[in-house]
Design a protein around this ligand. Sequence first.
Ligand code: DQA
Length: 147
Amino acid sequence: MIKILVIHGPNLNLLGKREPQIYGRVTLARINRILQGAAKKRGVALVIKQSNVEGRIVDLIQQAKKNKFQGLLINPAAYTHTSVALRDAIAACGLTTVEVHLSNIYSREEFRHKSLVSPVAKGTIMGFGAKSYLLGLEALVDLIEAR
Ligand code: DQA
């Protein structure tokens, strides 16, 4: 069975309450339920983690291969724009990686216009709110199945 690791980065635990005009009112728990439902339909196993700690996310990515994951679906949140460590971990991990964002980072402040993660991801989906995750998961499963 295909195993996919889903990582939500910093502050995404606050979804629903956090800047709802940008991120919507859907909670992280709801996004996770939707993802688990979609994974079940596709016959894949998901393990979902959220962390506000950069090093913790790096550790999760480093351990993913050993833990038999084939794919990584990640919203690196603010670390998208700052974390060389996260970028390097993804480059090293050998997992097919899809980056997602709720918002369109290019329609926002200039400091969000650069993603350090995009160059090491297979693709990026952004701007569709919670649906970005669902689209990202579908694309990731398609990629892994096509290998
Ligand atoms: C985000 C966009 C980032 O710029 C921001 O720091 C986030 C969320 C998004 O999903 O739209 O925390 O990754």
